[in-house]
Design a protein around this ligand. Structure first.
Ligand SMILES: Nc1ncnc2c1ncn2[C@@H]1O[C@H](COP(=O)(O)OP(=O)(O)OP(=O)(O)O)[C@@H](O)[C@H]1O
Length: 288
């Protein structure tokens, strides 16, 4: 599976939710699609699932433009944050409807997962708790067997045990039947070991796309007096920088270069730290 995103802009009235986003994803792989609130993640996932059209630019899957391409959409399963199930249906009917849509649907897996998540197929979607709707989404996503399976905040309302079940299933499915899984989530520390590639959106733009290995080896925060930090990181890609009380923090991509200098500190940057940095930056911008 290959997704090509070219110069995508999405504007809602006066709000530019996506500002000229370009990248390529190739699977099978588990992708972490991250960014703070309002970064544009859901907007992008809706575009990828062909639910809305870009204002300009294009998204194609294996060379086919997704918008208005019904055949391609049958290989993309998008599980929305709020659950995209008809309220008046029972769980069994909701699964049936999805089984008609996805040609590779795995009925045995759907049945097995209903038991794993203790859902009663006769229950109506309307009466389900948030956690149960999330579980129904997870079942649908895995059973769809779609080449691209997207989970947008898949575990709202799920407890730790159910979330762990989800992580185990993801690994099991990726081993048995590899696909391109895209996960947008706020529970980053919990899920970060699962990601093989990480994309971070910030304010409608792609801030960063790295393989997880590259992240662990090469992304580092350099802190200290501004001129010392600037000297130490000269020529490197700066992902983020922030000045506080005369101390400069610069998150950089070291590209294997050994970083040294006087009066500077180097720190590892977890995905969670990165999002904290980004939201600080956003707040600082809002205050200005
Ligand atoms: N239908 C819409 N009409 C107007 N503005 C919208 C619409 N959908 C999204 N936006 C705006 O576009 C921006 C990006 O929203 P989006 O929901 O894509 O962000 P997100 O990264 O998914 O955030 P969250 O993590 O909070 O779900 C926000 O400023 C949002 O208010």
């Amino acid at each position: 599976m290959r997704i090509d995103v070219k110069n995508v802009v999405k504007t809602f009235k006066h709000k530019k939710a996506l500002k000229n986003v370009t990248f390529t994803l190739e699977g099978p792989k588990i992708i972490g699609f991250l960014g703070h609130n309002g970064a544009g993640k859901t907007t992008f996932l809706n575009l990828l699932a062909g639910l809305i059209a870009p204002t300009s630019g294009s998204i194609s899957v294996n060379g086919e433009n997704v918008f208005n391409a019904p055949a391609t959409l049958r290989d993309i399963c998008f599980i929305a944050e709020s659950g995209n199930f008809q309220e008046e249906m029972t769980i069994a009917q909701a699964l049936k409807a999805n089984s008609f849509f996805y040609p590779q649907w795995d009925e045995a897996l759907a049945r097995e997962l209903l038991e794993v998540f203790a859902l009663n197929p006769k229950d109506k979607v309307r009466g389900l708790s948030k956690g149960m709707v999330s579980a129904l989404g997870i079942i649908t996503g895995f059973a769809s067997n779609a080449g691209i399976t997207i989970f947008d905040e898949p575990y709202i309302g799920l407890d730790v045990a159910a979330r762990n079940t989800f992580y185990d299933l993801l690994i099991e499915q990726q081993t048995e039947n590899p696909r391109l899984f895209i996960l947008s989530t706020h529970l980053i520390d919990e899920a970060s070991d699962l990601f093989e590639e990480i994309l971070i959106l910030n304010d409608g733009q792609l801030l960063l796309q790295k393989a997880a290995e590259e992240w662990h080896q090469h992304i580092v925060a350099v802190k200290g007096n501004a001129s010392d930090v600037e000297q130490a990181i000269h020529g490197l890609e700066i992902i983020y920088q922030h000045m506080f009380m005369q101390e400069l923090t610069a998150v950089i991509y070291s590209d294997g270069r050994h970083i040294e200098g006087q009066n500077i500190k180097l720190e590892r940057v977890s995905l969670q730290d990165m999002l904290v940095y980004l939201s600080k930056q956003q707040k600082a911008r809002a205050i200005k």
